[in-house]
Ligand binder design. Structure first.
Ligand code: SF4
Length: 390
């Protein structure tokens, strides 16, 4: 049985996040949806070394494996200098298996939230192979075999090497201070690979990449494309004009100035939105979220008559009297949302501190709840997370 990781002791941030030297599209997007989420997931905590542990979902794993396999294939094709030969002899299955092994091993060694056995059980190698094959069949053969560099960093230094091309190209720009890692660039063509189907949200990401390319090289990209693993190949060249990119540059510049000012003035406000907060990786640290949940007892009332258990985030304000603070936590506790609740928290999710200290409460993400014989019963499952309050 694994010991509980110290990450699950709920700790207040002890320092502001550093302001990034360059802003990526995803960081700006996070700031737009909830500045507090950006702040909490980059603040400094006494019990977290390195980056804030993130959640992994199956689509995320598929995306990472797809990108790594395309890059590996690109290298292989370039070495063979014969695309048809590379297509025939590239060992897709073993390349994907190696990527999966590496990803699972690495993440489970650094990320206490990474549920290796659970995610491994969901991953299907055939799905990964099909994603790869569909993308490759949509990209013309001369594109991937061209004379491109790999993992090319277009440094912010003014003498940066041009033209910019390759797989996984990182472009930095000084004014405004932005950065982006683009899946593939060749002859000014910006190509992004996505596992999944077209989605209008991708347009602004592509336009951000076009802005980076234009500001870095002084030229508009020749085309903006996304190749999807469902066989779609979309172009977004309507987004390419000096006027559109100039106005985007001005908006981004102003936005970054405002964001940086707001970060310096302390913890930003929470933007509570049920659908977004439900998946927020740092909601255990967001007091506004728990206040919102405690008021929202409607969901619980609606589920009271259901025979099947359901999943919910819940705050326990009193733990069973008989519990000593280690080993499985079973017995009657109190929750603001539910009142009295019978807890059954597995030992690997419970503290194992040697100093005899006992938590006073817990914030539980993804608890399994059912109502039976006039009482609530709460049980933890493989992916339930319990954050202890001391
Ligand atoms: S729980 Fe919601 S409001 Fe709180 S930080 Fe996360 S996204 Fe923002």
């Amino acid at each position: 049985m694994d010991n509980m990781n110290e990450f699950y002791i709920l700790s207040e941030p002890e320092g502001n996040p550093d302001i990034p030297k360059y802003w990526s599209y995803s960081q700006l997007e996070e700031m737009r949806t909830c500045p507090k989420k950006w702040w909490l997931s980059r603040a400094k905590y006494p019990n977290i070394k390195g980056n804030y542990p993130r959640y992994f979902t199956l689509p995320m794993l598929h995306g990472i494996i797809l990108h790594k396999t395309i890059e590996k294939f690109g290298r292989y094709a370039k070495k063979q200098d014969n695309y048809d030969f590379a297509r025939s002899y590239f060992r897709i299955r073993s390349a994907i298996q190696a990527e999966i092994r590496e990803l699972l091993e690495y993440e489970s060694s650094v990320n206490p939230r990474f549920k290796k056995s659970y995610l491994k059980s969901l991953l299907c190698i055939d799905d990964c192979i099909n994603n790869f094959k569909r993308i490759i069949s949509e990209v013309e053969k001369n594109v991937l075999i061209s004379n491109v560099d790999y993992q090319y960093n277009a440094s912010p230094h003014p003498t940066a090497k041009l033209p910019i091309k390759g797989h996984e190209v990182t472009i930095y720009v000084e004014y405004p201070p932005i950065v982006g890692r683009i899946d593939f660039i060749n002859d000014g063509r910006i190509i992004d690979f996505k596992s999944g189907a077209p989605n209008s949200a991708y347009e602004s990401q592509l336009q951000f990449y076009a802005l980076l390319f234009w500001l870095k090289t002084g030229h508009l990209p020749s085309s903006l494309e996304i190749v999807f693993s469902n066989h779609a190949h979309a172009t977004y060249n309507n987004l390419l004009s000096i006027e559109k990119l100039t106005s985007l540059r001005d908006e981004v510049e102003e936005e970054i100035i405002n964001i940086e000012e707001s970060i310096q003035s302390g913890l930003p406000e929470a933007n509570i939105r049920g659908d977004q907060c439900e998946y927020c990786p740092c909601r255990q640290n967001c007091d506004e979220y728990w206040t919102y949940l405690n008021k929202e007892s409607k969901v619980i009332e609606l589920n009271k008559d259901k025979l099947e258990p359901f999943w919910i985030d819940i705050e326990i304000i009193e733990l069973p009297n008989s519990w000593q603070g280690f080993g499985s936590c079973t017995g009657i506790g109190q929750s603001q949302q539910l009142g009295e609740v019978y807890l059954n928290i597995e030992p690997d999710k419970c503290p194992n501190r040697l100093d005899n200290s006992c938590p006073v409460g817990a914030r539980i993400l993804g608890a399994k709840l059912r109502y039976e014989t006039n009482r609530w019963y709460l049980k933890t499952a493989l992916f339930t997370e319990v954050f202890w309050i001391y």
